[in-house]
Design a protein around this ligand. Sequence first.
Ligand SMILES: O=C(O)C(=O)CO
Length: 270
Amino acid sequence: MTNPLRYTVNCSLLFTELPLLERPAAARRAGFGAVEFWWPFVEAVPPDRHVDAFVTAIQDAGVRLTGLNFFAGDMPGGDRGLVSWPKRSGEFRDNIDVTVGIGERLGCPAFNALYGNREDGHSASEQDDLAVENLTLAAEAAARIDGVVLVEPVSGADRYPLLTAADALSVIDRVQAPNVGLLADLYHLAVNGDDVDRVIAEHTDRIAHVQIADAPGRNEPGTGTLSLERQLTTLAGNGYSGWIGLEYKPSTTTVDSFGWLPRERRAVAG
Ligand SMILES: O=C(O)C(=O)CO
């Protein structure tokens, strides 16, 4: 790839060969200077010692944390966030200060608030109204540390209602906070049938974070049919200067899966 973009390793999908706390150092050894994580604990409010161990692992590795997902429920079990869930909204609210607190300790600027699947017994509008309230609370907390809250269209979850960039942007418009932005995962958008080139052409200014994987397969770039190199170059040309999250499932070992990205381009300063 020949663009000036900055890459960050998603240590929830990469380096899963290793215990979670060893992954930041492994990313550093592979030549990267930045990592991102899905919520790294099993509960919304983990014990302080678990939070401290996570913070220390990142500090000791000498990498920066560029993104952290809020608690999103049981992800392996199919949950995709609590933001719009009436029954578990309290857990999301309790989690806001813990997540932003970790961000404050590590200088992390971006927090991904997965929206939540549709739930039986609650109307879509009830869930959407709750999501706006919760995203507003999250945005207020993140603003205290100049952070941004991300809203992400996701594929592969039958009852997750945000599939396209337009779906996420309509939520963001309702929240009306300046620090809520689109997480454009080029893999999820493409798999959901969105017109990724058009999203980039029309909405680069609303994209607060980008993630990539190739499709089909959600493996490293070059394993599928997506035009990731061209799309990242266009994003950069349109003024996107944020991080690119490598959020793919390595088709081989994690270290071998970085073959597509020359080592000298892995840890760009800044
Ligand atoms: O659930 C997923 O696949 C995600 O990308 C969450 O950030």
